[in-house]
Design a protein around this ligand. Structure first.
Ligand code: PEP
Ligand code: MN
Length: 350
């Protein structure tokens, strides 16, 4: 339930509404926007008549949130959520470009990639150290050694690091190192993990599950938000369909649909959504044109010898060319690329 306060309401009136919500055993979420103060009463509100609040001083109107997700809904929080991630923002005018290898493999591989993606204009570095592999015999990631290498790459380039967490037992270790916790497609409905990352104040990049609906993705985001972690970025990474020509099918529709339903930033992963390096740039361009707040892309200095996802990884030169194109599309959209490097103009990086 949302209690929308009058523009003229006093702090005391807001406090009285907050106290009333608490006395009913509900959680309070206060959203003080430019336009209005909205107080969310979260919990089992069905049996509570709205007039309990309508009669209170300072209350403009009381609305029930019709969607099953509340904190994630745009109805509850009409303005876009914009988060700062160590040097850039996501969800506002800037387009985030997160790039790096599928897996951290070695010191030279991650340092070379980090320098190359920074040079090309990336705003953050990705790299997996705990890998969700289909086969238990495939490379599982370097673990803590990989985190040390990523921290060194961050030190060398200034790029914040985005790393996938697979289980809550990794949480203490991960929060010591990473700037953004990635929850992968296979864990989108690992509710214990979602609750655990919701307890932290580290931003979360939540990827859509392989066969998850948009509503299910938003319900998973709700788990993180309900824990008090407000910094959730959603990621469309392709879904399973009958089509076999590509690894997954990019649901480009998800971008405008999500942007309408939620205030959370939405990015797209053209690497996993296509599964082939030849299609990555086209789909990345489409993402920005469709209104995505960023992209996350796999880049490897030697894709032919990558230990995972080489087929969908871009060589640094191809990545750099793609970033230029995205910068131009961003301008058409009245946006600009986020970068620790400076700002993008059609002539290149300033
Ligand atoms: C990844 O980012 O390397 C990854 C495993 O992605 P997803 O969870 O989308 O499959
Ligand atoms: Mn991958």
């Amino acid at each position: 339930m949302m209690i929308i306060m009058k523009a003229s309401s006093t702090p005391q009136e807001v406090e009285r509404v907050v106290d009333k919500i608490k006395s009913l055993g509900l959680a309070v979420h206060l959203s003080q926007g430019v336009e209005a103060t909205i107080i969310g009463a979260i919990g089992e509100t069905h049996s509570i008549p709205t007039d309990q609040f309508e009669v209170m001083d300072g209350v403009e109107v009381v609305q029930r949130i019709t969607q099953p997700y509340k904190l994630a809904s745009r109805q509850f929080h009409p303005e876009n959520s914009i988060f700062s991630i160590d040097g850039f923002t996501v969800g506002g005018d800037e387009i985030a470009v997160i790039a790096g290898p599928c897996s951290v493999e070695s010191r030279s591989q991650i340092l070379e990639t980090a320098h190359a993606v920074k040079e090309a204009g990336a705003s953050a570095l990705r790299g997996g150290v705990f890998k969700p592999r289909t086969s238990p015999y495939a490379f599982q990631g370097l673990g803590e050694e990989g985190l040390e290498l990523l921290a060194e790459a961050r030190e060398a380039t200034g790029l914040p690091i985005v790393v996938e967490i697979m289980s809550q037992v990794q949480l203490d270790l991960m929060v010591k190192y990473v700037d953004v916790l990635q929850v992968g497609a296979r864990n989108m409905q690992n509710f214990n993990l979602l609750r655990a990352v919701g307890e932290t104040r580290t931003p979360v990049l939540l990827k859509r599950g392989l066969s998850a609906t948009i509503e299910e993705l938003l319900m998973s985001a709700e788990y993180v938000l309900a824990g008090g972690n407000k910094q959730v970025v959603l990621c469309e990474r392709g879904i399973r369909t009958f089509e076999t020509a590509t690894r997954n099918t990019t649901d480009i529709n998800a971008i405008p649909v999500l942007k309408g339903l939620t205030h959370l930033p939405v990015i797209l992963d053209p690497s996993h959504s296509t599964g082939h390096y030849d299609y990555v740039a086209a789909v990345a361009r489409a993402a920005v044109a469709a209104g995505a707040d960023g992209i996350i892309v796999e880049v490897h200095p030697d894709p032919a010898h990558a230990v995972s996802d080489g087929r969908q990884s871009l060589k640094p030169e191809k990545f750099a060319a793609m970033v230029k194109q995205i910068g131009q599309i961003a301008q058409i959209m009245d946006r600009r690329l986020a970068s620790a490097h400076g700002s993008y103009s059609p002539q290149g990086w300033a």
